[in-house]
Each structure stands twice: as structure tokens, then as C-alpha cells.
Design a binder for this molecule. Sequence first.
Ligand SMILES: [Zn+2]
Ligand SMILES: [Zn+2]
Length: 339
Amino acid sequence: MKALLLEDVRKISIKDHPEPTEKDDHVICKVNAVGICGSDLHYYSEGGIGTTCVGKGFVPGHEFSAILLEAIPEMNLEEGEHIAVDPAKPCFECKWCKKGYENLCPYVEFIGAPPFNGAMAQYVSIKKHQIHKIPNHFTPQTVVLLETLGVALHAVDLSKTKFHQEICILGSGPVGLCILKILKNMGTKSIHVVDPIQYRVQHALNNGADKGFGSVDEFIEYNNGSGVDLVFEATNSPHGLNLSIQASNIGGNIIVVGIPDGDGYQFKASEARRRGISIKFSRRMGEVYERTISMVEKGLVSLDDLATHTYSLNDGEQAFLNNLDYKDNVLKSIIFPNT
Ligand SMILES: [Zn+2]
Ligand SMILES: [Zn+2]
């Protein structure tokens, strides 16, 4: 089969790759569509995230929709059915899984996170428990973005957002925008969005943000010198945490969902300490897929506006480059490996 391989830092090749082999309790599916995530961009531009290195010849891709090649009667799924896939296979047996931290399982096999090859290929092998049935009318783009919505939903769950709260979101990429889309259903008082990239701020305003800003300084000036009680950090910037602290009130809460370039944050300890700020890191998601599907089905959240660009597998490298350069108002780029 054809696959997109990360060969080295900023080096992609499209070539023949062995098809996945049959395994117990797994099915082989055809990949319908696969999104480029911020983490994939880190793998491409930095060769990894922290101690996780992609090495040579790694297939990325964890946000995807697939087509079943055979029916699974016990799950009421037919041959050829379009499905959503949760990329995570936690062990469900370790003490962390048993405590409810499946999203942090040290033994997780995560499709598209090294060393487990991902879905930027024509076929992928998935475990049956990863499959989620979806309504017929969901587009491939929507199904890809369910993963992004799940990451956002997990962050919102951790935030314990209060009714009629004032909130600031730093970063108006797909995750920040999904957080905004969820919060719009939660009776917030106001949602401020900060992003240095103007078209992304505009997209947040189109999705109901109350006010958009190019910097945290602008936001604080507008807010009469004060911050807010809840900040979501959804940027890729090493300054994101410090900016979140600046945007927080005394006693404020910060949920960090972004992954910083260079795997490090620097922040003013005195600022964070004097304000008694609580910082919570959010990673991937728990068992939230069914909720994301229901939210979209009921029309609480729509996702297709985030899918700005589509590519064939052969144009995969261009997709990564355009995304890194924020070309052509890109939000989410989606690759169709079988077209
Ligand atoms: Zn992702
Ligand atoms: Zn586990």
C-alpha cells in the first residue's frame, strides 16, 4: 500500500509500505480521510515531542475516518460502513487505567504516535473497541475532526467551567476553536480569544467569540487591566503558559492543552505565585467519543468549517508545509489517502 513516511526532520516521502497484518480482535480498514494535527507538525518540524522521537520511516496520522472492509455483526456494522476511530488503545489493566486515567496509560498503543504507525496510509489495523458507529450523513471531514473535538471536550471537562463565567482562550487553531464551539453551549458570560494570526481571530468571531485580540496585552487593556478566572492555553508557543498567567485573575485556573515548540515553557514564577494560579495540563482525551458524536448529531457543534484544505496522499508534504506556514488561511488540512 501507499503511505506517507516521515524520514527525518522536514523530510517526507510517499512510498510503498507493508500493509497491516491481521491480529486478534483487530480489523483492517481502509483509511477514508486523515487530518494533520499540531502534534504531527511537531513530529515533522522537530522530529518528535520531548523524548518521543519519530526516528526514520514513521507513518503519522491519528485523526481519521475509515471504511470497514468486512461487516462486524456483533456491533451492528456493515461492510463498507463509514466509521469513526478513537486512536487510543490503553491497556485498561494498569493501575492508572483502573484509576480512570486511560488517556495517560503508560502502556497505550496510540495509532500515529511513535512507535505505532498511523493512518496516513491506505489501510490501518484497529481494535474493535476503537470503532464508533456514526450517523450516515457525517462527512469524512467531520469524522476526522471528532478527534480534535474530543481533545477539546476533555480540556473543557477538566476546567469545570462554571455557568456564566468569563473565559479567555489563547490560540485560535482547531483545538482552541473546538473549545470555543463547546463553550458556546455552556451559558458562558463572555469568551475572549487571543491569537496573533488575524484570520484565526476572525474565524473565532464567526463562531461566536465575544471579542478577539492579537495579543494578551490588547486583551488586558480592553478588560480594564484585569484578566479572567479561566484561561485555556491552546497555542503551540513556548510563551503560551506565561501569557496564560498574564491573562488570569487572582485565584484563576489555567488549562494547558497546547504543545509548545521546543518542549518547554518559561514563565514568571512570581506572577503565578502571587496570583495563586492553578495550572492543569490536559492530554489527549478520556472516553469522550460517544459524546462528541452526539454533540454533532444534535447540532450543538458543527465541525466542517474547520476543514479548510484537502489533499491527496501524493501532495502530503505540501500539506505539511502549507500548514506550518499558515498559508491560505489554513485551519485543518485533511489528506485522502485513497483518492
Ligand atoms: Zn491530534
Ligand atoms: Zn493502562
